[in-house]
Design a protein around this ligand. Sequence first.
Ligand SMILES: [Zn+2]
Length: 115
Amino acid sequence: MSRIIPNVCYAGEFQKYYCPVCGKEIFNEGYKDPCAHLLFSYVIEGGDFEYVAPRIGNLVEELAKEDDPDIDPVEYVLEKVNSESILCFTIVIEGIGCGPVSISDCIAIDFDNTL
Ligand SMILES: [Zn+2]
């Protein structure tokens, strides 16, 4: 079972965040050249994966074929990967647009991946 931390909250302007293993910036020009530890990024409000590591691309394709609205995409992928070395946390970025707005980004980091 992977470890899940519910929320890390940033208020105000967009903040940079970094891989806790190697220190590389996680969101770098839209996940351009991500580090090997980033397994996926899933934006809850958008209901979609923003980044998927190539090695789990098949799982996300399988998920897309499932026709069950009750499936939690993050839990589905974490369960299929079934690794003890994955930390998954949600970063909530809050700000003001035409009213209060927020984006919740689930980030999964694989501490053991050295590919
Ligand atoms: Zn890293």
